[in-house]
Design a protein around this ligand. Structure first.
Ligand code: TZP
Ligand code: MG
Length: 217
């Protein structure tokens, strides 16, 4: 049994891969454990870049991280890897506009795995509205990000609010969100925020997650 998507899962959505752990005293397992204890509402395994794991090593780590999430009843979402999502029995999969076509992904994963899609423009949201079987969309970058080498230009909270109005799905904001700027997303109507570095590099994950969760979006 996988976890069925609910928009509350987007509240404080942590994304991480081994490439995002910069402190040598930490591992992705230790950081995720702290983040789950701190109250994150979803986790996405996004293994990306020159140092990232592939093949069996990636699969084995996915199994460990999925088990951890299961203990907290938090959805485990795989970034852009349908084969892995199916093999590990992920709760969800997330794809970008340049990844495998979302319509194909929705068909391939079946009804046990929910699907999220990145949509950063009005046109992309309108196209997504025509799909059936999509769970949520991710929109951004809200602010400047250091975590994605090929990130598109910042669209900012105002543009995100417009995409929320247009979208038939709940929207999670992404990109450069910190404890300091997260309040700028208040009132945009997003269902929550998705973050990498503010949690992966936090000196106090408990405090960081609490800050993200206190904002009325
Ligand atoms: N997609 C758009 S921005 C981004 C992704 C995966 C990176 C978000 O990371 P951070 O560290 O929260 O800016
Ligand atoms: Mg992608």
């Amino acid at each position: 049994m996988t976890i069925k998507f609910e928009s509350k899962h987007l509240g404080a959505y942590f994304i991480c891969g081994t490439q995002d752990i910069k402190n040598e005293n930490q591992t992705i397992v230790s950081v995720l454990t702290e983040a789950l204890n701190a109250g994150i509402t979803a986790f996405q395994f996004r293994e990306k870049g020159p140092t990232s794991l592939t093949g069996e090593a990636k699969y084995k780590l996915a199994v460990t991280l999925k088990k951890l999430c299961k203990d907290f009843n938090v959805p485990f979402i795989v970034d852009d890897d349908v084969a892995l999502a199916k093999r590990v029995g992920a709760d969800g999969i997330h794809v970008g506009q340049k990844d495998q076509k979302v319509g194909q992904v929705i068909t391939e994963v079946g009804d046990q795995i929910f699907v999220g899609l990145s949509c950063d423009t009005k046109e992309q949201v309108e196209e997504a509205n025509q799909l059936s079987g999509l769970a949520y969309i991710g929109s951004g970058p809200a602010f400047t990000t250091q975590s994605k080498a090929d990130a598109d230009p910042v669209i900012g909270p105002e543009e995100i609010a417009k995409l929320v109005k247009l979208s038939d799905y709940p929207v999670v904001a992404i990109g450069g969100i910190t404890e300091d700027n997260v309040t700028e997303l208040a009132g945009t109507g997003v269902a929550g925020v998705s973050v990498i570095s503010v949690i992966a590099q936090s000196d106090n994950i408990n405090r960081t997650v609490s800050e993200l969760k206190t904002v009325k979006y």
